[in-house]
Design a protein around this ligand. Structure first.
Ligand code: 15L
Length: 271
């Protein structure tokens, strides 16, 4: 089925900004939803609906008439329990609820590596860590992403919505730090992952890593490959820059644990 009308929640955020030009297609309308105003619309392919995921009427208006939802909206790092519950958990439930009401059959949800942040390189035992390994959140934020994934499962099983949970590593222009040599997902690969998640190969329920084809990656590409995600970029081009000050060793807790420094950040304290 053609997904020609795509709602992007959180479209004014970092990932939204980075992805809009990459997801534009002549026969696709991107409906951009965010609390923050977006003014640089491409009139031929983009529409803007202002609102918050915490406002159910606004969510319903945004969801009405689209074929698929890319749910990037919400808090993207640690925050208070109250904010996490309201924005990330209630907000995501509002999206799924509206998807059912308005007959939307596909939701691609931004989860995070922090849903499984306490898995370690050692526990992976020399094998790549599976994309759908069980949740081990490293904070309230990571816990909310595990909740987002479980909401997806519920709405898939109850209503047959096709759901892809993306356990995103570090989706930025370049790796943000030396850990990013393992966890980076380039903008182009992020767009490739989203296109695969919207394709017929991703009908059903899937949970996959969102990373590039990094030489230093230890998170498996198998679940992504199964839905047609074939990453092309490698963070190795940045290795020299980042390894000038850091040794690449898995005895370093930042590299040993999926979630890196998030595992030590005080619970509920905004980053
Ligand atoms: C995330 O989930 C955050 O949203 C992002 O800002 C990065 O910190 C990323 O994880 C990461 O682990 O690099």
């Amino acid at each position: 089925m053609k997904m020609s009308r795509l709602l992007i929640t959180g479209a004014a955020g970092n990932m939204g900004k980075m992805l809009r030009p990459l997801l534009r297609q002549p026969d696709r309308t991107l409906r951009l939803f965010d609390v923050a105003r977006i003014t640089d619309l491409d009139d031929a392919t983009e529409q803007f609906v202002q609102g918050s995921v915490t406002d159910r009427a606004a969510v319903a208006a945004a969801v009405d008439g689209v074929d698929a939802i890319l749910h990037l909206g919400g808090l993207s790092t640690e925050d208070s329990w109250a904010n996490i519950l309201s924005i990330n958990v209630d907000g995501t439930q509002a999206i799924f609820d509206a998807a059912v009401t308005h007959g939307v059959t596909r939701v691609v949800a931004a989860s995070s590596n922090h849903a499984v942040g306490f898995w370690t390189h050692e526990e992976a035992g020399g094998e790549p860590l599976a994309g759908d390994v069980s949740p081990r959140p490293d904070g309230f934020y990571g816990w909310s992403k595990a909740a987002v994934e479980a909401l997806g499962r519920l709405y898939h099983d109850r209503f047959g919505i096709d759901v892809v949970n993306l356990r995103i590593g570090s989706s930025f222009e370049k790796p943000p730090n030396y850990r990013g040599l393992a966890s980076w997902m380039s903008p182009a690969d992020t767009a490739r992952l989203i296109e695969a998640s919207l394709s017929d190969s991703a009908k059903g329920f899937y949970t996959v890593w969102g990373i590039s084809k990094n030489s230093r990656a230890w998170w498996s590409g198998a679940q992504g490959e199964a839905i047609g995600y074939h990453p092309r970029d490698d963070s190795e081009q940045f290795a020299e820059e980042f390894l000038a000050d850091h040794e690449w060793t898995f005895s370093d807790p930042i590299l040993q644990r999926v979630g890196g420094a998030f595992c030590d950040h005080p619970l509920g304290q905004r980053m």
